[in-house]
Design a protein. Structure first.
Length: 224
């Protein structure tokens, strides 16, 4: 009734210092000084969802599709499974005291305490990377993406026989990096990741895998 009356809905909300609220589908997330709480029933009950959230002072929340971002005094954390687990996504963010988050188009913006505003492409953080099998590969391998042509998502698989820093980047025809799918230390194995090209113009792109002295580039085509 436009705020004429209010009902307290704190059942299960063991920390009531609430700094942020966000809605994803039928889920409601509350950011508190004790972490993130989730309600699936319009606030009638709440469950703490802090697994992997190493800093629980949550001052900001933002939603992009099924991805939930939490801004904390330890940087930004991402959950792709409704808060069941969280991963820190701070690469390049040298001021990790995050007070505000906002999603705009293909980017997320972070407002920090005394450090101004920071921007990062969503695709750098929300690509899905998983181990395909437990078998140890004997050679480096970058497979052709599938489907190809694609719209707007496509899958890329690669193999690395030795542990090390792995980079998987997507370029446009001008040689500009448009997405960093992987940039981290990985153990040997077979991997699969997903490129979401939502917001990219149609056309030809290239993806390049670099690991140790190995480098290989392949072509992919986005058709709207």
């Amino acid at each position: 009734n436009n705020g004429s009356s209010w009902t307290q809905v704190n059942n299960g909300l063991t920390n009531t210092d609430v700094f942020a609220l966000a809605v994803s589908g039928t889920n409601i997330f509350a950011g508190t000084s004790g972490g993130v709480f989730l309600s699936t029933n319009n606030g009638s009950s709440w469950t703490k969802v802090n697994n992997g959230l190493t800093n629980t002072w949550v001052l900001a929340l933002a939603v992009s599709d099924t991805n939930i971002f939490a801004g904390t005094y330890g940087g930004v954390f991402l959950s792709t499974n409704n808060g069941s687990s969280w991963t820190q996504v701070n690469n390049g963010l040298t001021n990790t005291r995050v007070r505000a988050l906002a999603v705009s188009g293909t980017n997320i913006f972070a407002g920090t305490l005394g450090g101004g505003v920071w921007r990062r492409p969503l695709s750098e953080m929300t690509s899905i990377k998983e181990t395909v099998s437990g078998e140890m590969p004997s050679v480096y391998l970058l497979k052709q993406n599938y489907p190809n042509p694609f719209n707007p998502t496509t899958t890329i698989e690669f193999s690395i026989p030795r542990a090390g820093l792995v980079s998987l980047e997507v370029f446009n025809t001008l040689g500009q990096v448009v997405s960093k799918l992987v940039y981290e230390e990985l153990p040997p194995g077979h991997y699969r990741t997903t490129l979401n090209a939502l917001g990219f113009p149609s056309g030809v792109y290239y993806y390049r895998l670099q690991a140790g002295s190995f480098s290989e580039t392949r072509k992919l085509t986005l058709l709207r």
